[in-house]
Design a protein around this ligand. Structure first.
Ligand code: DX5
Length: 215
């Protein structure tokens, strides 16, 4: 499977968002991720559908919305209308995961589920056949620039042993050092915030460093 690099805008300069998204697109990013946080599911408050719309207008790349929010089912239509091509919900955040995944697909978007570091892979068994992507969080969600959790590759291996073809995305602490570890374990989609938008030598060099690290 092709390895995709997906810059997340949490670490981008909010005053230059469109410019930074265009930089990432020009540097060969595969998708852009908008890290949506509500201050309840995670102790941080970030973006809503308006920002998904702004990002969609700034790029021709697919835009994914990672909903780190309680009761994501209340906002699916808003994010789909804003132009999210893939909507990811946290399995811990809804009591009706099956209906939520079905609704995302009825709205015409791809459906992803994300699991926090302490959530077992086995919690995904029943929903796996219905989703396009699983995001294995490699940090506790809420902030950019956190430390990669060392047990993550072993967890990714366990998920890959359950499903040979699901897209496995990883998110949090992904850089040129950790990318080879997660790809060797079976990850195919690398979300990177601070190692791209916070990269000293610039966005293009940050994306290149990650791509070069996985060959
Ligand atoms: C959840 C956020 C971060 C972000 C990536 O905390 O959604 O995972 O995408 O942040 P970095 O790449 O800076 O760890």
């Amino acid at each position: 499977m092709k390895i995709e690099v997906v810059p997340s805008i949490l670490s981008a300069d909010p005053g230059r968002l469109a410019e930074q998204v265009k930089e990432a697109e020009a540097a060969g990013a595969d998708r852009i991720q908008v890290d949506v946080m509500d201050g309840h599911f995670v102790p941080n408050l970030t973006f809503g559908p308006l920002i998904v719309e702004a990002v969609r207008q700034a790029t021709s790349l697919p835009v994914e919305a990672h909903l780190m929010i309680e009761r994501p089912e209340l906002f699916l239509e808003a994010f789909a209308k804003a132009g999210a091509t893939l909507i990811e919900v946290q399995v811990e955040a809804t009591k009706s995961l099956y209906r939520t995944v079905q609704t995302i697909k009825e709205l015409g978007a791809q459906a992803g589920v994300a699991i926090n570091p302490a959530t077992p892979v086995d919690d995904l068994r029943e929903i796996l056949p219905y989703v396009d992507l699983v995001n294995v969080m490699t940090v506790e969600p809420g902030f950019g620039g956190q430390k990669f959790i060392p047990h993550s590759p072993e967890k990714i291996r366990r998920l890959r042993s359950i499903s040979a073809d699901v897209e496995i995305e990883v998110d949090g602490g992904i850089d040129a050092r950790t990318a080879p570890l997660v790809v060797a374990a079976g990850a195919t989609v690398l979300v990177a915030g601070s190692s791209v938008f916070g990269y000293k030598a610039g966005v293009a060099a940050g994306i290149k460093a990650i791509r070069d690290s996985v060959g």
